[in-house]
Ligand binder design. Structure first.
Ligand SMILES: Cc1ncc(COP(=O)(O)O)c(C=O)c1O
Length: 461
C-alpha cells in the first residue's frame, strides 16, 4: 500500500502515534497535525492537499539545485545497482568517494586538500572537534584543547554539535556538555552594535571578543575558533566586512586553528563554492553537508587543511574515528552529479552576479519599508527580515518570537515557505531561483506581512 491510499487525517493520526519529529513541541504538533509534503518540482513543494508552495528555504538550506532532478536520481540508481554499499575501513575504498574527494580538493581553498566523510553536519562537526584536539595532542600539546565559539551559533544536535553551538535552549537540555568550549558574542550588529557605532567598528569589537577569550584562557590552552561564516539558524546574521579578516589575523597571531562551519554556506550559497572564498579565508577545517548532494542523499564532508592532514598522516598512527557510512558510494555518486549540475548551469556565477544582487535589492526596495520590518539583510541567496513592533526603537512584539510565527503562517498559507527563528524571518532559496522567482517571493512575503500586521493590530499587540 502506498501513502496515496491514506487520507491526510489518517497520516496525521499515525504520525502522532509513532513519529517523534526533530526540534518539535510534540504536544503542540499533535494538536495541530503535521502538514504532509508529498512531492516537489523545481522551486516548488506540494502538500497532500495539492497546495503549491514556493520553497524559500531550499528544504532546510540544502536543495540548492532545486527539486525533480533526474540526473541525481539516475546517479543514485546506477550506483545502487552496481555497488549499493561498501565501506572505507580496513584498507578498502570505493571509487565515488575517491573521485569526490579530488573534486572537493579542486574547489576548496588552496590549503585544503583532504576530506573525511559522514552523513550529517552534526557528525562532521564531531569529527572536526576530535580532529583539532587530536592535532594538538600529536604536536605534543594536549592542553591546547579549548574551543572558542559564539552565542547563538548552530553547529548541530549531537552532544558535541550542541556543545559547540551557542543555543541556550539546547545547552539547557544537554545535562553535561562537552567540556572546554566557551562562547563569546556574535557579530550581530542589528541588536548588539552600540548607539552610533559603525558597522566596521562593531565588527572589530565582535572579533576582539574572540581575542579576549583567547587571552583569558591563555593561547597555549586554545585549540581553535569555530564559526559559521554567516550564522544561519541563529537568524542569517551577516558579519560586518571587518569581522572575518580580523578573526583570521587573531587566529594566526595566537596559533589558534580556524574551523569554519559551512554546512549552510557551502556549495554556492554566498556566490562562491565556499564562503571561505567569499571572505578570503584560509581555514584549517571546513564542515560541509546539506547542499553537497542538494539534500538528495545524506552526506557530509569535513574538508581538512594541509597542516592538520600532514600531522595526522605523518604522526597520527590509527585515528580511532569513523562511521559505517563514511564515504557512502551512493551518496558520493549523487554528490558528484550534483556538483556537475552546479557547475554546468553556472549557478554560483548566477548567484554572485545576478540573482544575489537582485535578491538583496528586492528585499531592500520592496520589503524593508513595511511597518513590521526593522531591517532586511542578504548575502548571495541567503536573507533575513527582522520583525519589529516599532521600526525606530527596534522594539519587538511580546511574547518573543510570536509575531514571526504569525508572519510565517500567513506566508505558508499564501504559498511561500519561510522560516521563523526568534523574531527573524529567514530565507535560503534554491540557487535555481531567477529574477522572476524572486519577484514572486516578494509579492507573497508582502502579502503575508500585510495580513500579519492586521492580525497583530487586532490583538492589540
Ligand atoms: C551551520 C550548521 N552546522 C551544522 C548543522 C547540522 O547539520 P545536520 O542537521 O545535518 O546534522 C547545521 C544544520 O542546520 C547547520 O546549519
Amino acid at each position: 500500500m502506498t501513502y496515496q491510499n491514506y487520507s491526510l487525517a489518517q497520516l496525521q493520526h499515525i504520525d502522532a502515534a509513532h513519529h517523534l519529529h526533530p526540534f518539535t513541541d510534540h504536544r503542540d504538533l499533535r494538536d495541530a497535525g503535521a502538514r504532509m509534503i508529498t512531492r516537489a518540482e523545481g522551486p516548488f513543494i506540494y502538500d497532500s492537499e495539492g497546495n503549491e508552495i514556493l520553497d524559500g528555504m531550499a528544504g532546510l538550506w540544502c536543495v540548492n539545485v532545486g527539486y525533480g532532478r533526474d540526473e541525481l536520481a539516475e546517479a543514485a540508481y546506477r550506483q545502487m545497482k552496481e555497488l549499493p554499499y561498501y565501506n572505507s575501513f580496513f584498507r578498502c575504498s570505493t571509487p565515488t568517494p575517491v573521485l569526490l574527494s579530488q573534486r572537493l580538493a579542486e574547489i576548496a581553498p588552496a590549503n585544503v586538500n583532504q576530506v573525511f566523510y559522514g552523513s550529517s553536519g552534526s557528525e562532521s562537526n564531531d569529527t572536526a572537534l576530535r580532529l583539532v584536539r587530536h592535532f594538538w595532542a600529536l604536536q605534543g600539546r594536549p592542553e591546547k584543547n579549548r574551543i572558542i565559539s559564539r552565542k547563538t551559533a548552530y553547529h548541530g544536535s549531537t552532544i558535541a554539535g550542541a556543545s559547540l553551538g551557542g543555543m541556550q535552549g539546547m545547552h539547557d537540555q544537554l545535562y553535561g556538555a562537552v567540556p572546554n568550549i566557551v562562547h563569546v558574542m556574535q557579530p550581530y550588529a542589528y541588536e548588539l552594535a552600540l548607539p552610533g557605532e559603525s558597522d566596521h567598528d562593531f565588527g572589530l569589537r565582535a572579533a576582539k571578543a574572540v581575542e579576549d577569550a583567547i587571552l583569558e584562557a591563555g593561547a597555549d590552552n586554545v585549540a581553535a575558533f569555530i564559526g559559521e561564516p554567516v550564522m544561519g539558524a541563529g537568524g542569517v546574521r551577516i558579519p560586518p566586512a571587518s569581522y572575518w579578516p580580523e578573526i583570521q589575523r587573531i587566529c594566526r597571531k595566537h596559533d589558534v586553528l580556524l574551523m569554519l562551519d559551512e554546512v549552510i554556506t557551502g556549495y554556492g550559497r554566498t556566490g562562491a563554492w565556499f564562503a571561505a572564498q567569499t571572505f578570503g579565508l584560509e581555514p584549517d577545517t571546513i564542515t560541509t553537508a546539506k547542499a553537497l548532494t542538494s539534500g538528495y542523499q545524506p552526506l557530509s564532508a569535513l574538508l581538512v587543511g594541509d597542516r592538520i592532514a600532514a600531522t595526522l598522516v605523518e604522526k597520527g598512527g590509527e585515528f580511532y574515528h569513523g562511521y559505517t557510512y563514511s564515504g557512502h558510494p551512493v551518496a558520493c555518486a549523487v554528490a558528484l552529479a550534483n556538483l556537475d549540475i552546479i557547475e554546468k548551469e553556472g549557478l554560483i556565477e548566477r548567484v554572485r552576479t545576478d540573482t544575489g544582487p537582485y535578491f538583496a535589492t528586492a528585499l531592500q526596495e520592496r520589503i524593508a519599508g513595511h511597518p513590521l520590518v526593522g531591517e532586511v539583510r542578504a548575502i548571495g541567496l541567503m536573507g533575513a527580515i527582522e520583525i519589529v513592533r516599532d521600526k525606530a526603537t527596534k522594539a519587538r512584539f511580546e511574547p518573543a518570537g510570536d509575531a514571526a510565527v504569525v508572519v510565517r503562517d500567513h506566508a505558508i498559507a499564501n504559498g511561500m515557505m519561510l522560516r521563523a527563528t526568534g523574531d527573524t524571518m529567514i530565507m535560503s532559496p534554491p540557487l535555481i531561483w531567477t529574477r522572476a522567482t524572486i519577484d514572486m517571493a516578494c509579492e507573497r512575503i508582502l502579502k503575508a506581512l500585510d495580513l500579519a500586521h492586521a492580525d497583530l493590530a487586532k490583538r492589540g499587540a
